[in-house]
Design a protein around this ligand. Structure first.
Ligand code: NAP
Length: 255
């Protein structure tokens, strides 16, 4: 039988892949963000854990400290209320702590209601865009100066299958992911000259998390891949092995 040549099957990140790198993960308290933060720390990175629920972030902090001896910085923030002033505050705070930032994983998202566009409530539409898109734009804008100080830096936006092909009832979530793909492309193009920052999107596909369970309540979660199984691509895009790759849309299922 032919062996698979897909990178996901053959990519073996060095255990020091992210040594001396500082990486910010949004939505780091649960689901894929939690697993990615721990995977990055296990590969040598210092973590900035940003998320909504302090208790969950503390638990990720403690797990990282236990496994690696590294302290992470915790930033409890509700992205539903993140605005231009919050971005200034974040920038000031991080500039006081760090001389540079090596990567951002934009992972936090909400699903919003699964309903027809014609019935979609405006307030929830706005909230989905606020959490999934606008806060990511503000965080990125605030932190590009710190990313510019890195030798090579990576911004990873989290996408979805419905960010490539619209599907009934996925409403604002789907549209926010289409926009995330657009943001990836525009920013990658803008940073392609005169910067060392690469920008890509990553679609994890169906993954065993609470968001997936909310979207498909009758599905058996045991039939789904875990977030741990996707970590080779999360590591590849965050680490120096992906240097030179920018403006691309990655999907765990065809990587
Ligand atoms: P999840 O289990 O629901 O976790 C989402 C994380 O985002 C949680 O840590 C959550 O914090 C945080 N978050 C949500 N709203 C926030 C807010 N207002 N402020 C700050 N943090 C907030 O979701 P997941 O399945 O891991 O999804 C991770 C990413 O993958 C998302 O971008 C999602 O769109 C994408 N994705 C997932 C799947 C899938 O099948 N799971 C498929 C395609 C794409 P709390 O826990 O404190 O609420």
């Amino acid at each position: 039988m032919l062996k698979s040549r897909r990178p996901s099957k053959t990519y073996k990140p060095d255990l020091k892949l992210l040594a001396n790198r500082t990486i910010l993960v949004t939505g780091a308290g649960d689901g894929i963000g939690r697993v990615a933060a721990i995977a990055y720390a296990k590969h040598g990175a210092s973590l900035i854990l940003l998320g909504r629920t302090r208790q969950k972030l503390d638990s990720v902090h403690d797990e990282i400290a236990e496994r690696t001896g590294q302290e992470s910085l915790i930033i409890p923030v509700d992205l539903a209320h993140f605005d231009a002033n919050s971005a200034i505050e974040l920038k000031r705070g991080l500039q006081n702590e760090y001389s540079r930032l090596d990567g951002i994983l934009h992972n936090a998202s909400i699903l919003g209601p699964k309903t027809k566009i014609e019935d979609y409530p405006y307030a929830e539409w706005m909230q989905v865009f606020q959490v999934n898109l606008h806060s990511a734009y503000l965080i990125t804008q605030a932190l590009v100066p710190l990313l510019r100080n890195a030798l090579d830096a990576s911004i990873v936006f989290t996408s979805s299958g419905v960010g490539h092909r619209g599907r009934a009832y996925w409403g604002a979530y789907s549209l926010s992911k289409f926009a995330t793909e657009g943001l990836t492309q525009v920013l990658a193009d803008e940073l392609s000259e005169g910067s060392n920052i690469r920008v890509n999107s990553l679609n994890p596909g169906a993954t065993r998390t609470s968001m997936r369970a909310e979207a498909f309540p009758s599905e058996d979660p045991n039939t789904l891949p875990t977030a741990e199984e996707h970590m080779p691509l999360y590591l590849y895009l965050m680490g120096p092995d992906s240097k030179g790759k920018t403006g691309k849309a990655y999907n765990v299922h065809d990587w």
